[in-house]
Design a binder for this molecule. Structure first.
Ligand SMILES: *[C@@H]1O[C@H](CO)[C@@H](O)[C@H](O)[C@H]1NC(C)=O
Length: 279
């Protein structure tokens, strides 16, 4: 019994630890070009000045694009960043700093690279991609499958929640939130898209998330110029993190075992108390 109680407290103490990793700067994905630039080349200097200017822009805005050709106009470097548009500027700034340091560590000397953290995205390249829609699926994360009575109505809610993101008026912003019943959803486009292009990207994301994560109670999909997330209250709480789901399941199982143990102790106590009363 004692062992079970110990485990129970252990699992309780694990829980806050798990939710801590649900961080707005947590890593989602990164991509690097296969081609590398020559160290010391004018293009490298352009990339460096581009990234410096983007990191300056993040001190005052949640979106910016830039082109740098100061070192050589023949080899310009193009780049942009987008924070989740509801993020306070100070958090955006810190997210972009983190993205920049991860990008240089993950993509050393790459002619192009991009990194998506939970609430910001940053990319640079040798070819201009600014203002160009891109609905390519780059990364997806599917939650567990809906089960039991929950499954019967969750897909209707999911479809309604996702639909509310695409029916935003043409003047809809780059950041969209929606929901239906237990299901909440959000989408963020990169700020270089027009409202119509953003709606098209989100629409494509909706179709791709349904195809890729058909029965999931929650999922994230990241396209070239937009991303979308949906989650179900209570069923998929840690939607953004890299939490070890097995660890969490184990904690829940241990919690249930501990509860059963408590009930057994209680029952045997009652039985003993009852029999004591008899004699
Ligand atoms: C790029 O940035 C400039 C200002 O730096 C802005 O005027 C322009 O609209 C931006 N272009 C796009 C496609 O977002």
């Amino acid at each position: 019994m004692l062992k079970l109680f110990l485990l129970f407290f252990l699992s309780l103490s694990l829980l806050p630890f798990i939710s801590c990793s649900d961080d707005y700067e947590s890593f989602v994905y990164a991509g690097c070009s296969e081609t590398k630039y020559t160290p010391g080349s004018p293009y490298q200097l352009n990339v460096e000045s581009l990234l410096t200017s983007l990191s300056k822009a993040a001190e005052s805005s949640t979106y910016a694009n830039d082109t740098s050709s100061t070192a050589s106009s023949a080899d310009p470097a193009y780049g942009l960043f987008q924070c989740r548009a509801d993020l306070p500027i100070s958090d955006c700034d810190s997210c972009i700093r983190s993205a920049l340091s991860q990008l240089s560590a993950l993509c050393p000397a790459a002619t192009g690279g991009g990194v998506q953290l939970r609430s910001c995205f940053l990319r640079y390249d040798k070819e201009s991609f600014i203002g160009k829609p891109d609905n390519t699926l780059l990364y997806k994360r599917c939650g567990g499958a809906a089960a039991g009575g929950y499954a019967s109505n969750i897909f209707g809610m999911r479809d309604a929640a996702l639909g509310s993101l695409t029916t935003a008026p043409p003047t809809g912003g780059s950041y969209r939130v929606g929901g239906a019943g237990y299901v909440q959803a959000m989408a963020q486009c990169v700020g270089d898209l027009s409202p119509q292009e953003c709606s098209d990207c989100v629409e494509s994301a909706v179709a791709q998330v349904k195809a890729a994560c058909g029965f999931a109670v929650g999922a994230d999909v990241y396209l070239g110029k937009c991303y979308l997330q949906y989650w179900s209250n209570g069923a998929y709480p840690s939607r953004h993190d890299h939490v070890d789901e097995t660890g969490k399941t184990l904690a829940i199982i241990i919690g249930i075992l501990a509860a059963v143990a408590l009930i057994l102790v209680f029952l045997s106590f009652i039985r003993r108390a009852g029999s004591r009363g008899k004699y």
